[in-house]
Design a protein around this ligand. Structure first.
Ligand code: PMP
Length: 419
């Protein structure tokens, strides 16, 4: 299949690309081909303009003042919470806590829920493909509480092995920490089934949505999870803002994560009582400017339509899987079917260190990631120290996949000659 069409059925690529100023950049004399979207996405003009407009015309602290700017700022902040909550299918905006990123969201749950609920002998199940951010916070709370972590194995195609999961589940299981989509293999976990099984033994499900919320239409109630974490910077929004959705009953009974201004109802000399949701988890001055811009990013994605975002990703990643499979010496990790994975494609070029291959690609203006992608347990299972990762988003085209394959062939020739 030739990769010449700039327009795919689902999205108007030309119009989208025009919204992203950075795509006009050249790197090493070549037009930038940005394929590191799983690390962070680029930002459309609409999001950049929203930030400039906010700081130019509105900026004031939220929930604090009676003056006009503070009221406007608070209204924008809370309206954004409503849009973001709606984007993930929350029943009410009070279930959506603004945090810095996925990592902070998971730490919030591990510390607040974990310390209050875990005891010696309890078990935390996590899958082998977890990003360190859905593993290390649980390791820390396990050390503090005497609970222990057990890892669910993967099947040969890189999906979570539900048979192994069923065997590990027991009345001791209190938490199932699981990525909705892997940032290395792209595989999408069957969260409805995983959640149902977890609930049968009374466990809660902490889903890491860092790689799914930007790419896959998300409805927390259909997924059946209890918590969902995600990062704004991976879905067109600024850095430093993300979301934690939690089931209301759980959030209500959880103690606050951080103490300080904004999260209290009353403060006495030696104690305090807590504000209702969501303020209970909003200690200190929140990152309101970026939260407001996250709402604009969500509007941008909603305008495109998340089913179209997903269809485009399947098209481009599917094309990449097909073309990479035909490059000699390239091994691709994870399943071949683009419908059971996101737009993340990890691979290795035999005999070439991923950092060296990444440098050759950079010379061609192509940005990919090389390393363990914060998934060391998974890389141990894959039996490689590092991989190259190309990750596609709404502005990437099949043409760019062709350029990636050409540059990989150049790397192959370069390194084969020097061997
Ligand atoms: N989980 C997954 C699956 C990720 O891909 C990432 C980011 N690479 C994270 C968690 C952590 O996200 P953040 O750095 O924004 O907290």
């Amino acid at each position: 299949m030739p990769g010449t069409a700039l327009q795919t059925a689902a999205l108007d690529l030309e119009r989208i690309r025009a919204d992203f100023p950075i795509l006009q950049r050249h790197v090493n004399g070549r037009p930038l081909i940005y394929l590191d979207n799983a690390a962070t996405t680029q930002k459309p003009r609409q999001v950049i303009d929203a930030l400039v407009d906010f700081y130019t015309n509105t900026n004031a602290n939220v929930h604090r003042g009676v003056h006009t700017l503070s009221v406007e700022s608070t209204d924008l902040y809370e309206a954004s919470r409503e849009r973001v909550a709606d984007f993930v299918g929350a029943r009410s905006p009070e279930e959506l806590i603004f945090v810095r990123n996925t990592t902070e969201a998971i730490n919030l749950v591990a510390v607040s829920w974990g310390r209050a609920n875990l005891k010696p002998g309890d078990e935390i199940l996590a899958s082998t493909l977890e990003h360190h951010s859905n593993l290390v916070p649980w390791q820390r709370v396990a050390q503090d509480t005497g609970a222990r972590i057990r890892l669910i194995q993967l099947r040969a195609d890189g999906t979570v092995d539900l048979d192994d999961y069923r065997q590990l589940l027991s009345p001791r299981t209190r938490v199932v920490a699981i990525a909705h989509a892997s940032n290395v293999l792209g595989t999408i976990s069957n969260l409805p089934e995983i959640s149902e099984l977890a609930h049968q033994v009374g466990a809660v499900v902490m889903a890491d949505g860092a790689q799914s919320v930007p790419n896959v239409p998300t409805d927390v109630n259909a997924l059946g999870v209890d918590f969902l974490a995600f990062s704004g910077h991976k879905m067109l929004a600024p850095t430093g803002i993300g979301g934690l959705w939690g089931r209301r009953e759980l959030l209500e009974e959880m103690p606050p994560f951080l103490g300080g201004g904004g999260m209290i109802r009353e403060v006495f000399e030696d104690r305090a009582t807590w504000a209702p949701l969501p303020e209970k988890f909003d200690a200190g001055t929140p990152n309101f400017a970026d939260a407001i811009a996250l709402g604009v990013a969500v509007d941008y994605l909603e305008d495109l339509g998340m089913p179209n975002v997903r269809a485009h990703e399947v098209d481009v990643a599917g094309y990449a899987l097909e073309r990479l499979a035909a490059v000699p010496d390239v091994s691709v990790y994870g399943p071949r079917d683009p419908w059971i994975r996101t737009g993340v494609v990890s691979f290795n070029l035999e005999g070439v260190h991923p950092h060296d291959a990444g440098t050759v690609l950079d010379e061609a203006g192509i940005a990919v990631r090389a390393g363990h992608h914060c998934c060391q347990p998974l890389h141990r299972v894959l039996d490689v120290a590092a991989t190259l990762r190309a990750s596609f988003y709404i502005y990437n085209s099949r043409d760019e996949v062709d350029a990636l394959v050409d540059a990989l062939n150049t790397a192959r020739r370069l390194y084969q000659r020097s061997r």
